[in-house]
Design a protein around this ligand. Structure first.
Ligand SMILES: [Zn+2]
Length: 687
């Protein structure tokens, strides 16, 4: 995923995004470009030296501009710390956040329209969204304990920390896990997902696995105590319980070290019940599929069997209090991320977008997306694909001709999908929510109902036949609906579909407008598309073939000496740990791809300068636009922990600097000397 942390454009969001389409058409295209040119220059700190710190050069005045645009008079006065902190929270940290908060403001206007004034076209889906939104606004405050009252661990016992109904002798961890899985919890103790089959991605399979390493990472006593205090435990009880759970968490995390010496296996449900009886899988499934008859002959793919065996031993050795509390805490932590972070209008819209991703993306596409943009965006995607195909044909890695052919087939087959939901899919969306009952007085009930709905819809995919699925566009990505977060407009590459998915929400200024210059299109959206495209060819992407089956030529490519050298080179430059290797690879490839698609590969050709910014060459402008995509503020205080926010900001800065330092055209264009900071001593290139 791009997770672009980009410069925010709050001014534009107010000036342009609220303007109806008709008005936009009357304005001459020049005015958008004029505005962007002024903006571009105002963000720059031209006292900084581009060859020493290009991020400072391109983004150095960004933060000051943001403050001046949002709080013009405040700057004159002496500001106290308190007010400064408050204002900081109102400013977006980066471009994506800016885009999403502007979308939220516009969604909010739609949602606040009262029942009586429903305009024509307001569908039942929009009415459901209004019910959710109203129920959220009525909250004061967000109280996690209410969920525990609404949903018990089973019909035979209550939660240990809530009321007096705790019956440890009746607690069964498998039943509780199944029940919570049905309401969205996944990755606590184990994972269960409905995913495209590895060998035939047009159909789905049930995958059972251990949680990821990240998911079993201990929460720590502090976080546990905080959650327990949230649900009304005394400090003393919270401290005592936190120690027990913390100990269990560490033991659980150590199970990650077990090797999967049995490998993944596909087996029938009925057979699994005798093969791994301690897992009591049928009890689990009866909770998840509470309304359907279990077919014992249906199959699932199970991985990490040694972990699952050890898990049931570990759990049986603990007291029911500890295990049940652990599950409860994971459940609460999950619910906390789903609901509003605080009770404010803006947060209720974010929460709505998480709770009803399908409805939200449908509404965004209906109301805020300009369909006339689509052909141009598709043409841009095609040009990038063509250039990538040429790069593959140049064969820097000296792969065998059949292998090059396989890779070219993959790039040719790669598709672009705009929007999670298509413009003509209103009927499907209505069907999806048809049986839902929401109330404007029951936020917690609504939330549970919606979580459950997503899981049920995902399991229904197992019984759908593959022609139905591939015929509808949404069908092909519908399995993402459970985990997909519509509150974020970041694009993504869907490996089993060989598909680049761009949410409609992203396609607004400063990322996209029909009237922005072609250079700007390539440097911003072009880079974003190329980045996702490159994920099809990164370390995880090459596992997948053109159809999205895990049958990609990964071993053959890995055998190439040039490929290994390229990877080693990037690893040497890793500052943030090897888990980011795929991102670095995608950034490096994407900048080159977007640049060469726009300028061609001839370096000696000079383009006429843009009269709006004559002090820069076209190629310099390209690099400045690219870098400004990542402008953000250095956080002083934030809802997230300070160090985390600082880390993310530093990562964006580093991202821009490293990507440019590895591209020879950049240093040529700015005339950087050999020893300059913005020149990597060894330039890395893979594809
Ligand atoms: Zn990415």
């Amino acid at each position: 995923m791009l997770r672009l942390s980009l410069a925010a454009w709050l001014l534009f969001s107010l000036a342009w995004r609220t303007t109806p389409t008709a008005c936009r058409q009357i304005r001459p295209p020049q005015s958008i470009q004029q505005m962007l040119a002024t903006q571009l220059q105002s963000y720059m700190d031209t006292r900084a030296r581009p060859c020493e710190n290009f991020y400072q050069y391109a983004c150095g005045n960004w933060q000051i501009q943001q403050e001046e645009q949002n709080f013009p008079r405040e700057r004159e006065r002496d500001r106290d710390r308190e007010r400064e902190r408050y204002q900081e929270q109102l400013l977006p940290t980066d471009i994506l956040e800016g885009i999403d908060s502007s979308l939220n403001r516009r969604l909010e206007l739609l949602l606040r329209r009262s029942n009586g004034s429903s305009i024509e076209g307001d569908s039942m889906v929009l009415e459901l969204m209004r019910l959710y939104y109203r129920s959220c606004k009525r909250l004061k405050p967000y109280n996690l304990k209410k969920y525990l009252v609404l949903l018990q661990p089973s019909n035979l016992t209550h939660w240990p920390s809530v009321g007096r109904g705790w019956r440890p002798e009746n607690f069964d961890w498998i039943t509780t896990m199944g029940r919570l899985r049905l309401h969205g919890l996944n990755g606590a103790l184990l994972r269960m997902d409905v995913l495209p089959r590895w060998d035939d991605s047009r159909s789905y399979s049930l995958y059972v696995n251990k949680p990821s390493r990240q998911e079993t990472l201990p929460m720590g006593e502090g976080a546990i105590i905080e959650l327990l205090l949230d649900i009304g435990q005394t400090k003393r009880a919270a401290n005592a319980l936190a120690r027990l759970v913390d100990d269990f968490e560490h033991k659980l995390h150590r199970l990650q070290d077990l090797d999967d010496d049995e490998g993944p296996r596909e087996m029938q449900l009925g057979y699994l019940a005798t093969y791994l009886p301690q897992l009591r899988w049928l009890s689990f499934m009866r909770q998840v599929r509470d309304d359907a008859e279990l077919d014992l002959r249906s199959t699932l793919i199970i991985e990490n069997i040694p972990y699952l065996r050890a898990l049931s031993e570990l759990v049986e050795a603990q007291t029911p209090d500890t295990v049940c509390s652990y599950i409860m805490l994971k459940w609460l932590a999950f619910l906390k991320t789903q609901g509003p972070a605080e009770i404010s209008r803006r947060e209720c819209v974010s929460s709505l977008r998480r709770a009803m991703p399908l409805a939200s993306s449908w509404l965004i596409s209906q109301r805020f997306f300009d369909p006339d943009s689509e052909p141009e965006i598709r043409a841009l995607f095609r040009r990038l694909k063509r250039r990538f195909g040429q790069t593959l044909a140049e064969n820097r890695l000296r792969l065998s001709p059949p292998l090059v052919h396989i890779l070219q087939q993959k790039i040719r087959a790669m598709r672009l999908q705009l929007g999670f939901v298509q413009l003509d899919e209103q009927e499907n969306v209505e069907q999806y929510y048809a049986h839902l009952e929401l109330s404007d007085h029951n936020f917690y009930g609504n939330q549970l109902e919606l979580l459950r709905q997503r899981v049920v819809a995902n399991y229904d995919l197992l019984s759908m036949n593959s022609t139905n699925l591939t015929n509808s566009t949404r069908g092909s990505v519908s399995y993402l609906a459970e985990s997909w977060d519509a509150s974020n407009s970041s694009p993504l590459y869907v490996r089993p579909r060989n598909l680049v998915l761009v949410p409609h929400g992203l396609l607004q200024l400063p990322v996209w407008h029909r009237n922005i210059s072609s250079l700007q299109q390539h440097a911003v959206l072009g880079f974003a598309l190329a980045h996702e495209m490159a994920h099809g060819f990164d370390m995880s992407g090459i596992d997948y073939d053109d159809l999205g089956n895990i049958m990609g030529p990964v071993e053959e490519i890995g055998a190439s000496k040039q490929f290994r050298q390229g990877l080693n080179c990037m690893q040497q430059q890793m500052a943030t740990g090897s888990k980011w290797l795929d991102e670095k690879l995608a950034d490096f490839a994407a900048l080159r791809l977007a640049y060469e698609t726009f300028f061609g590969v001839r370096a000696d050709q000079r383009e006429p300068r843009d009269p709006l910014v004559p002090q820069f060459s076209q190629r310099q402008l390209f690099f400045i636009s690219f870098a400004q995509f990542f402008c953000g503020r250095t956080p002083v205080s934030s809802l997230r922990s300070q160090s985390q926010a600082h880390l993310e900001h530093a990562a964006d800065e580093l991202r821009v600097m490293q990507t440019l330092a590895n591209f020879e055209e950049f240093s040529r264009e700015f005339g950087c000397e050999k020893k300059a900071k913005m020149q990597a001593s060894h330039r890395c290139r893979l594809w």
